[in-house]
Design a protein around this ligand. Structure first.
Ligand code: F6P
Length: 342
């Protein structure tokens, strides 16, 4: 049997560990052979392939990025997209496809299986940790580690100058990275997309922190919004899944804080640093287990399913369950963390 593998959407530490797990077990235990599709859905759409065998996955476990490349190509929007994918799968004699991706890539995977009968197994990936049906996605732990280290470093420079340091982290619709890194890094304010924030309240927390003779750290997710404002956009461009490009709320907030409190403020935008480089040990462990279980699902003919972490078990859930609704931060959890604000 020949199995195709692709990685779609924003890249994320741990993608190579999944690929390695799939290929190692698939070759060793089931004598399958593999073909890599380049750049997410663009690969099967255009028939762009890459050799994927044991030598190809040697040494990739700790490497960030993806040896298959990634893109945000949406084949459902391409002319004759489904027909072209089916033709290319037939041409390369691919009987099953493993799609490693986030809500967009898996959303396509669910439709290809449920509506068009293509044999797809999904693996959840995103640093944002916002996919339902799995407790964690790989990449998230690494991103939180990077953001926490940055916050630790910003504390000392903020205190030397008695300035406000605003740290903007990724998270378009979900504040998981902001919440976890903000708590782990001892931030004084954490702002998430799920709850609109009051700038006056933020300034009150900032002021009270200065009164205690410490410099405040404000962690803000890129998708966070003030109570009476709009999302801050980098530019007006949309990707092929219709998402706007964010980034700017941190800079905007620093200016507001300076204006309203008279204190000096600086902004650090962590951006793609959160997605690059070597995965943490936890992400390598999770990604590898996802890979091993994904190839088992292929062997069982259990298509239309996604592997997921529930507790400490890897289970299979319908792909559609993971993509139907975004997993966002619960207000109770946010409230729990807010004891450290100010
Ligand atoms: O979905 C992952 C993510 O890193 C988001 O947190 C962020 O908003 C987005 O991707 C950035 O995407 P791009 O790769 O287009 O810069």
């Amino acid at each position: 049997m020949r199995v195709g593998v692709l990685t779609g959407g924003g890249d994320c530490p741990g993608l190579n560990a999944v690929i390695r797990g799939i290929v190692r077990k698939g070759v060793q235990e089931y004598a399958y052979d593999f073909i890599g599709f380049r750049d997410g859905w663009r690969g099967p759409l255009e028939g762009d392939t890459v050799q994927l065998d044991i030598p190809a996955v040697r040494g990739i476990l700790p490497r960030g990025g993806t040896i298959l490349g990634s893109s945000r190509t949406n084949p459902l929007k391409a002319e004759n997209g489904i027909r072209r994918i089916k033709e290319n799968l037939a041409k390369y004699e691919v009987e099953a496809l493993i799609a490693i991706g986030g809500e967009d890539t898996l959303g396509v995977a669910a439709r290809l299986t449920d509506e068009y009968g293509i044999n797809v197994v999904g693996v959840p990936k995103t640093i944002d940790n916002d996919l339902s049906a799995t407790d964690y996605t790989f990449g998230f732990d690494t991103a939180v580690g990077i953001a926490t280290e940055a916050i630790d470093r910003l504390h000392t420079t903020a205190e030397s100058h008695m300035r406000v340091l605003v740290v903007e982290v990724m998270g378009r619709h979900a504040g998981w990275i902001a919440l976890h890194s903000g708590l782990a890094g001892g931030a004084n304010v954490i702002l998430i997309p799920e709850q609109r924030f009051d700038v006056d309240q933020v300034c009150a927390w900032v002021t009270s922190r200065f009164k205690a003779s410490y410099a405040p750290i404000v962690v803000v997710a890129e998708g966070a919004m003030p109570q009476d404002g709009e999302m801050v956009l980098k530019d007006g461009t949309l990707d092929s899944f219709g998402h706007v490009r964010l980034s700017g709320v941190g800079e905007w907030l620093s200016k507001e804080i300076e204006k309203r409190t008279g204190k000096e403020a600086r902004t650090t935008v962590l951006g793609h640093v959160q997605r690059g480089g070597t995965p943490s040990a936890f992400d390598r462990w999770l990604a590898t287990r996802f890979g091993l279980h994904a190839i088992d699902a292929v062997r069982d003919g259990d298509f239309g399913k996604m592997v997921a972490l529930q507790g400490t078990d890897i289970v299979r859930v319908p792909i559609a369950d993971a993509t139907a609704k975004l997993k966002t931060v619960d207000p109770t959890l946010y409230k729990e963390v807010s004891v450290f604000f100010g």
